[in-house]
Design a binder for this molecule. Structure first.
Ligand code: C2E
Ligand code: CA
Ligand code: CA
Length: 481
């Protein structure tokens, strides 16, 4: 090999080594960036769930070595904005994003140097405080964080918004030793803070009446919506005088792959604690109106009633309803939305605004379970509902209880004076049906006429009922629980 060839070989080798080294540096940097990105929320630049999980493992891993009686430890705070959905709904997602970024910065500023602030999704943030802190100390820290959202009035797009937050507080190890336990319990406490409008609430196992598999139920419920496990059953509403069919109420069921048939009481309250309820409300509305429009095409005239959770009685509901009506060309006057008394009494201003807008659109609104709460009829004044559904606790034993009879008589009388139609639910006997007709109750619903049935049974039930309704004896009950 001559000198030039040797020089060239060496130069080539050096260049290759340099190129390889550069490539390695590049790959490592890209890997780091990927790792960083995988642990960051792109909007707020806070850490995400992955980062929280890693940090929690480190912080909670040390619990066993800590001295003391377990009253001090790391704390996990769950921060959830109040009324954030309204921001998105009224001002759009861009404004919502601005609010989230601003909140993120304020949380970091207020949380302190030993705390990690992460965004769990939507308007939910977690603050992990390495501590150790006492429960009282953690509550003080949470209050400081809440106070740190000083502006509370966020100026997005020139509109002043009132964004507040609720914080659930947990301290390890007394409230849980794993991130998933702490998150679950912080969520329960946060929800209590929201309900009580207290701002900050420490987790209290005594108040956590919901089973520890709540989070599991929630994640399964998300899947259930995608995997065809949810179904709607329909219960007829009957005119008290003619016993003719007036409409159907949609009642949700969950065919759980392991637990079997679940009634709404077993999963709706859980869904109501998260934004999942909105998706569920939309799904039931879409399904019920779709089914009802099929029956209509087959010649069956009937209205369709859908239950609306109190938390879904907000401005976004109008958009969903419009979407559903348009999709199936369903007449607004044949849609009844049932809202409970508590929806009306807990947030009367919002209820009035939303109900007003629905009624202006020609949609019927009923107050469900009337009499079960403490609403007096006077509280309904100014609320443009069209119907009261008397709670079934007053109806099922109507023929045997003079007290129930007195209550029902008064509700029907006063309701009529306010121009409302009255439906009695839980009619389980002919005697009750007859008494209600005597009291001039407008419509009846209950097992005595029919149990909730699957969509496919509706048409044949209706034609059989139409034949029987002309006779004095109503049709025998069919269907399932
Ligand atoms: P609700 O709106 O009061 O619905 C009537 C409930 O009474 C239904 O229970 C129905 O099966 C039951 N029922 C009907 N007739 C009789 C009777 O003669 N005797 C007795 N003892 N019970 C009768 P279900 O289906 O278990 O629903 C329970 C509650 O769950 C509903 O009460 C409603 O508040 C809620 N719910 C049902 N579907 C939905 C939904 O899609 N969304 C929301 N947010 N809530 C729903
Ligand atoms: Ca109802
Ligand atoms: Ca009811």
């Amino acid at each position: 090999m001559n000198g030039i060839a040797l020089w060239l070989t060496v130069a080539f080798a050096v260049c290759s080594a340099l190129a390889a080294a550069a490539l390695v540096v590049l790959l490592v940097a890209r890997d780091r960036e990927r790792h960083r990105m995988a642990r960051r929320d792109p909007l707020t630049q806070l850490g995400n769930r992955t980062m929280l999980a890693e940090e929690a493992e480190r912080v909670l891993g040390g619990i066993a070595d800590m001295d003391g009686d377990g009253s001090h430890g790391p704390a996990l705070l769950l921060v959830d904005l109040d009324g954030f959905k309204d921001v998105n709904d009224t001002l759009g997602h861009a404004a919502g994003d601005e609010v989230l970024v601003e909140v993120a910065q304020q949380l970091v500023a207020a949380a302190g140097p030993d705390a990690l602030v992460t965004r769990l999704g939507g308007d939910e943030f977690a603050v992990l405080i390495a501590g150790p802190v006492s429960a009282g100390g953690a509550v003080v820290r949470a209050k400081r964080i809440l106070g740190g959202l000083t502006l509370r009035e966020f100026r997005a797009r020139g509109v002043s918004l009132d964004v507040r937050a609720s914080i659930g507080v947990t301290v390890a190890p007394s409230d849980g030793r794993t991130l998933s336990d702490l998150l679950q319990h912080a969520d329960v406490a946060m929800y209590q803070a929201k309900r009580a409008r207290s701002g900050v609430t420490r987790y209290d196992a005594a108040n956590d009446e919901h089973s520890p598999d709540r989070l599991e139920t929630l994640s399964h419920l998300r899947e259930a919506m995608l995997e065809d496990q949810l179904h709607v059953r329909y219960q007829p509403v009957i005119a008290a005088g003619s016993h003719g069919l007036t409409g159907f109420e949609a009642l949700l069921r969950w065919h759980h792959p392991e637990r079997g048939l679940l009634l709404p009481a077993e999963f709706i309250p859980i869904a109501e604690r998260t934004s999942l309820i909105h998706a569920l409300t939309r799904w039931v509305l879409l399904t019920a109106v779709r089914d009802a429009s099929r029956w209509r095409q087959a010649g069956l005239e009937a209205s369709i009633a859908v239950n609306i959770s109190p938390v879904s009685l907000e401005h976004g509901l109008l958009g969903i309803v419009e979407e559903v009506l348009a999709l199936h060309r369903w007449p607004a006057s044949q849609l009844v939305l049932e809202v409970t008394e508590s929806a009306v009494t807990e947030n009367p201003e919002q209820a009035r605004a939303v109900v007003g807008a629905l009624r202006a659109r020609g949609i019927q609104v009923a107050v469900d379970d009337f009499g079960a709460g403490f609403t007096s009829l006077s509280q309904l004044r100014g609320l443009p509902v069209h119907q009261l559904k008397i709670d079934r606790q007053f109806i099922t034993a109507l023929d045997r209880s003079p007290d129930d009879d007195a209550v029902v008589t008064a509700i029907i009388d006063l309701g009529h004076r306010l121009g409302l139609t009255i439906v009695a639910e839980g009619v389980e006997s002919l005697a009750a049906a007859e008494r209600l007709h005597e009291l001039r109750c407008d419509d009846l619903q209950g097992f005595w006429f029919a149990k909730p049935m699957v969509a496919d049974e509706v048409l044949s039930w209706a034609s059989e009922h139409a034949a029987n309704a002309r006779a004095t004896a109503p049709a025998p009950a069919v269907g399932h629980a």
